[in-house]
Design a protein. Structure first.
Length: 324
């Protein structure tokens, strides 16, 4: 196997010059770099990544831990993370696991972004350090090396509720997801706060808990409509995500209800299919790619120990379509 010494000899430079050239040092002239790289390519030489990273005490790898690959929210967020870290010379590892987190325990990377409610706070607080900064997207933390970057769920719900009440609705229901979802519960809390502040009645029968899927939204709304009628029904429903809202629309239409004339239904996230439902879904657009980029920026700032700018809040915007 060729060594760096062989490359230096072929390129007619010193071993130290060859090393600097292979590692992209700005101290080496472009023509010298090219000569060294050409020699390395001809000889079949490869940098020993492990040795390089050991010397630098860094892997130049970051990890994102998610709870699974289903659902459109993850894709755009991951795209934003990857775009930012690749631009800064890092590689990305994506881990989807409910109970085995060997990679984070064994420190196989320089930092992590967490969007996985299965990962307990105790574990993250044990792992987080100056050399292993963590950005969490799904919880709040006071740990000095764990930074929370949360969606402005309250602002999104505020926009929804103002639009719904402006349309004349007073009896408003809410379809929540699993209680383990940080964002889902924050959206529920924001809904309850708005209703209380406006002195609007909250009926327990108008509260539905599904599991964030379209099918669960369909079955839960169908069951709700089966048990209620007329004045005992909400005239509008806020759903904690778009998939449940789409299922709720389907169930309502099968019951012969007109949307939004008989019941208005609003989602949250603005997934791509939202504009193609019948009627098109009114929802809150979340810039998930920006969210991922900002998480990556803040993580690399901590890894590189650069001064960190103030967090840039992820934008949310009500997209008013035909379901309201």
């Amino acid at each position: 196997m060729p060594t760096l010494k062989d490359v230096a000899k072929k390129a007619k430079v010193s071993v130290s010059t060859a090393s600097y050239a292979m590692n992209g040092s700005s101290l080496i002239l472009p023509e010298t770099k090219k000569r060294v790289h050409d020699a390395a390519k001809e000889l079949g030489y490869r940098i020993n990544g492990s040795a390089k990273n050991l010397k630098k005490s860094k892997t130049e790898i970051v990890a994102v831990f998610i709870s699974g690959f289903t659902g459109p929210v993850f894709n755009e967020m991951l795209e934003g993370v990857h775009e930012y870290i690749a631009k800064h010379g890092y590689e990305l590892v994506v881990c989807a696991s409910n109970d085995k987190h060997r990679l984070i325990v064994e420190n196989h990377f320089d930092g992590a972004i967490i969007l996985n409610y299965h990962m307990e706070n105790d574990l993250l607080e044990m792992i987080a350090s100056e050399k292993m900064p963590i950005i969490v997207l799904d919880r709040e933390s006071q740990h000095p090396h764990i930074h929370s970057l949360l969606l402005p769920n309250d602002k999104g719900v505020q926009q929804i509720m103002e639009a719904i009440t402006k349309s004349g609705h007073e009896r408003i229901g809410f379809m929540a997801g699993q209680g383990s979802s940080f964002d889902g519960e924050k959206r529920l809390e924001a809904f309850q706060s708005f209703m209380q502040e406006r002195d609007l009645p909250i009926y327990l029968s108008d509260f539905i808990r599904a599991d964030f899927t379209e099918e669960s939204g369909y079955h839960c709304m169908a069951a709700y409509l089966e048990k209620t009628s007329g004045k005992s029904q909400a005239t509008a429903f806020v759903c904690a995500n778009d998939e449940m809202a789409i299922g709720a629309i389907r169930a309502s239409k099968e019951k012969g209800m007109r949307i939004p004339e008989d019941i208005a239904i609003v989602g949250f996230d603005d997934i791509p299919i939202a504009m193609y439902t019948d009627p098109p879904l009114t929802t809150v657009r979340v810039n998930k790619k920006q969210w991922g980029k900002e998480a990556a920026r803040q993580l690399l700032d901590r890894i590189e120990k650069n001064p960190t700018e103030l967090p840039r809040e992820t934008m949310v915007e009500l997209v008013n379509r035909g379901s309201l």
